[in-house]
Write a protein that binds this ligand. Structure first.
Ligand code: AMP
Length: 407
């Protein structure tokens, strides 16, 4: 599905009323925005649409207000911040559907912009529709949203894995639906990695649990040349191989599944790398006593990071890659004493990228690790959507992407 969706560049915007889904789900405390990265990230598409002579209505969710208008989840502060960033007036409508929203959208002149209130103030935006009646409610809501524009632009990749009113269902009720620049970049890089990776393709999967990453592991084994495993999930695999893992994270109920995954990798001739040394701690604490151990973790100890030998082996594999996908840290990187493995991987991915590899990093924690190590600008693409990027890599079709017009 990846590479063939229409973008804002493919349509005539002049004189049109554009309704655009953005991700303004920013952290707000006492009415003040704590981090405006997501608003800044939407600026290129917003400016492009306005410069092309269109008027623009913005939709977004913020937090989880559970279908009620709660002031702490209002998008008003984002409209104020957007006005500052654009240096122009930004109108605000206290609802995203209804007469007022429609008439405000229709009275916009080319180059003018309106932010509508949180789509999740309506239950129908994101309910888990089980009955036909619920489905109709969601569809009716999407139909109302569609009245806000002649053309829909989706630039909120982080919500594209949800079939919500403002992300996917709206597309049924509006003649043309295209991606914005942020969405386009996500589809391009994740799509390339999944559908057409330049080889060698190295995937690095870490994080706490195998259970969260089962689908992505299985999907990547069909595509990559090497799979490097780190983080807490490594110890379920090591246990399945018969090693002692002490008090390390281990999902005993998944030992058979872990074995199946390793067998599948062998069958597909994918190099499946597990840690060969580890940093073990006597407690889950940055101030714990630490020792480097091999793959037999002593009984009362827990492995909280990959060891230096593993980090070096992973780095050399990464440096050979032409495509790299990374999701999940190699250890408890939030604690400085267990951040070395993740940092080493981060540096290797940055170096490989500088040598010409395409690197795609997804998942909140690996993105945080990259930002922490100040190497973000050395990577090809850092995904803005944790859940959405994981589902994309799992090979699932994201409703918000599928619903856009094909080229
Ligand atoms: P995930 O959200 O699945 O990507 O997992 C990220 C979390 O896994 C982070 O909070 C890490 O601290 C944690 N983690 C990584 N390695 C380990 C480990 N060896 N033991 C326990 N937790 C870990």
């Amino acid at each position: 599905m990846g590479l063939s969706k229409k973008t804002v560049r493919d349509v005539d915007l002049k004189g049109k009323r554009i309704v655009m889904r953005v991700d303004f789900n920013v952290p707000i405390k006492e009415g003040k925005i704590k981090d405006d990265t997501r608003i800044q990230a939407a600026l290129p598409t917003i400016k492009y649409v306005l410069e092309k002579g269109a008027s623009l209505v913005l939709l977004s969710h913020l937090g989880r207000p559970d279908g009620e208008a709660k002031i702490e989840f209002s998008l008003k502060p984002t409209a104020v911040r957007l006005a500052e960033l654009l240096g122009k007036d930004v109108k605000f409508c206290p609802d995203c559907i209804g007469e007022e929203a429609v008439s405000m959208s229709k009275s916009l002149k080319p180059g003018e912009i309106l932010v509508c209130e949180n789509t999740r103030f309506h239950k129908a935006e994101d309910m888990k529709a089980k009955t036909d009646e619920d489905k109709k409610k969601m569809d009716d809501f999407a139909k109302e949203l569609a009245k806000l524009g002649d053309l829909f632009v989706n630039d909120a990749f982080g919500s594209a894995h949800r079939a919500h009113g403002s992300t996917a269902l709206i597309c049924k009720h509006i003649p043309v639906s295209v991606s914005g620049f942020l969405m386009e970049k996500e589809i391009q890089y994740l799509g390339q990695a999944v559908e057409n990776p330049v080889k060698p393709f190295v995937a690095i999967i870490g994080g706490a649990k195998v259970s969260d990453k089962l689908a992505v592991l299985k999907s990547l084994i069909g595509k990559c040349d090497s799979l490097l495993i780190g983080g807490g999930m490594a110890y379920t695999f090591l246990k399945a191989q018969g090693h002692e893992v002490g008090k390390s994270l281990c999902e005993l109920e998944l030992l058979a599944t872990a074995k199946e995954i390793m067998d599948l990798a062998a069958e597909k001739k994918v190099k499946f790398l597990l840690p060969t040394d580890n940093l073990a701690a006597d407690k889950f604490d940055n101030a714990a006593t630490i020792k480097t151990v091999g793959n037999e973790i002593p009984e009362t100890w827990m492995a909280l990071d990959i060891g230096p030998q593993t980090a070096a082996a992973y780095a050399s594999e990464i440096l050979n890659a032409k495509t790299i996908v990374w999701n999940g840290p190699m250890g408890c990187f939030e604690m400085p004493n267990f951040a070395q493995g993740t940092l080493a991987v981060c540096q290797a991915v940055a170096e490989a990228t500088q040598k010409g590899a395409v690197s795609v990093i997804g998942g909140g924690d690996s993105v945080a690790a990259v930002n922490q190590s100040k190497l973000a600008d050395k990577m090809t693409h850092i995904s803005t959507g944790g859940g959405a990027s994981l589902e994309f890599l799992e090979g699932r079709k994201l409703p918000g992407v599928v619903a856009l017009n094909d080229k």
